[in-house]
Design a protein around this ligand. Sequence first.
Ligand SMILES: [Zn+2]
Length: 307
Amino acid sequence: MHRYSFIILATVLGLLVHLAGDALAGTAKSVGPTASAPFVVVIDPGHGGRDAGSRGALLQEKDFTLRAAKMLAALLSRRPEVKAILTREADTEMTAVQRASVANYNAAALFLTLHADASWRPGARGPAIMVAAPRRPPRVAGEPARAVAFRWQRSQNIHLASNRRFALNLQKRFAAIRAGEKPPLHILAVRDLEGARMPAAYVSLGVISTPEDEARLSEIAEEGPYLTALAGEVLRFAGLTEDLPPKPIEPAEAAPPESSQAPESSEQPESPQQPESSESQAAPSESPQPGESAPEAQNAAPAGEGR
Ligand SMILES: [Zn+2]
């Protein structure tokens, strides 16, 4: 009979642990983002400053990524439950550490770095997606296996499942835009992502060195298919519905034309969150390494190569 009471006790304890787990998970997740507790996504326009990134005939990657990131932030900011923060809002040079620090400092739930990489394969086109491959920490001699296992639980390693889910869904969305163009999805060492302590992805929106793609990239629009797909996947990842309210009419542009591509859009205060975000990026938690330039020269190569 003691055995029975033990079983009952164990069952009750198990149930309590289970309930406590649910309650904890509930406070963390199932409530979902709200206007007062928004889903924070940090969007990183790749390159900047002396690091121009890849080049097309006319378009430089650093300029394209800034425009695309501003548009994506504006698109997502139509939803009050989402707070989109940019790592840079001007032609600024940043290290990979600084970029990830903006995301960490703002406790982002998702970190996206945007690119438009070149390829040496003629005719290569379309977007590509990368997530960080699991990285084994170096083993110290004589270190117990438990300590090694513990050190595995770092940065991007623990987010691999979320990263893959995000990337696979985004791949599906991009594949639906143009027939026969399923973007490659790579899982490899991506330096721009490694420092981020949240799910993260590297998204190349096209091949800037291919004239056809360069033309498409230079005409990228806030409500165009690629940014809409990206925004939709961010909203899904945040556990939100995917509707995007119409673009808010800003006083400066009382009658916006239907296809406002705004090539000189860098001066327009598109995102209502910009004052806040520039303030928050002013204080990254980790000190940058000014000596380390060209954050992802190595990253650009595999993207093109994979195609
Ligand atoms: Zn790039």
